[in-house]
Design a protein. Sequence first.
Lengths: 73, 375
Amino acid sequence: MTINWGALGTVFVVALAASVVLTGLFAVGVRGLSDRETVRAQGGTGTVQLTGAVACFAVCAAVIGYGIYLIVA
Amino acid sequence: MDFSLIVLVVIVAALAFDFTNGFHDTANAMATSIATGALKPRVAVAISAVLNLVGAFLSIEVAKTISGGIVDDTKITPVVIFAGLVGAIVWNLVTWLVGLPSSSSHALFGGLIGATWIASGADAVHFGKVVEKVLIPALASPIVAGLVALTGTFLVYRITAKARPDVVGKGFKTGQVLSASLVSLAHGTNDAQKTMGVITLALIAGGSLAPGSSPPVWVILCSGAAIAAGTYLGGWRIIQTMGKKLTEIQTPQGFAAETSSAAVILASSHLGFALSTTHVTSGGIIGSGLGRKLAEVRWGVAGKMVIAWALTLPAAAIVGAIAAAVSTRGSWGTVLVGAAGVLLALGIWLVSRRNPVTSATVNDEPAGEAAPVAA
């Protein structure tokens, strides 16, 4: 019987990293959308905030796409 | 392709198990989305069903995952597989009745271990492998997923603390739809595979396929369809336990819990560490409960779930062993076990009618702690 502690550790680290990146970026994106609303309410355009938010969501999508690619391939 | 009657019976039993696997595990992916209102219950199970079917086709690693060396493949006959499946189905139905999210994989392993033990003796079961492939992951997976979800939830609340609540609510609702879909897909690649593996094993044991064959397309199609149909039926009882009873869930928490679960499942299946999807998602939900300040985890419910997890393998093994003891006596025994299984399933379904949980009532406050246990 060999317990593969290395694999378990890797799962933990990879999952933690992926999860922190995804939830963190998504939260920053949502925060950006929120800031955009605030800026617009004050008469600004909020384009910078919107661009930032979209960039965050795009990176999230890319990370997920890469994850699925790893599983399928 | 022609095969004997017993192999046909095993295929039917395997698909029946797959079906229970589907409705038992709908909660894993969709409980938090349904609880937060991100998805309507019917829509949630439909999405989950389709993605499970898609996931079934994505997988390639099949034959290895089923037995994984837990039992001695050379000593397995179709009758033993049948008895193991009966054990797994019975335990899945009982835990569904009381609304407990136990692991379908453990039920399957337990059933096979019990049946093999009775039919071929204890040395046909590789207990070292059981510890390595079943026990250690069972302990590790909820902790890993819980810690990951805790970190994710904490981060999400920290970052969005000063954001507008309406934007946060809407944003994470959308996020949850995506993260829940990812969990469903991961589930399809994992659990539909197990049934495909069992059917393939039966076909090999019955001599219809050469040893080491990949599952034929019709097996993949049937397994995917069975798990999708089960998923669409919706295990509303278990969804209620995971979405409402364990802890109150807000959309950012649901998003964090699901993202963490998907990450853990996908990482582990890619790196070859077998984890139970049920254990991962339950751990994720508890972690997200702890990660939000003041969110209360109902440890009584969590404790009951852990007891069910611990019991799953031995209980399914006992049922599998009894089924094997009877069904290896001859054709009449197999017929008897099959008939008993069908009657039991019917009985459990009738009992469940007395206190139904449906798509309409799944988000209601559960009617007291004692009710599901007494049922």
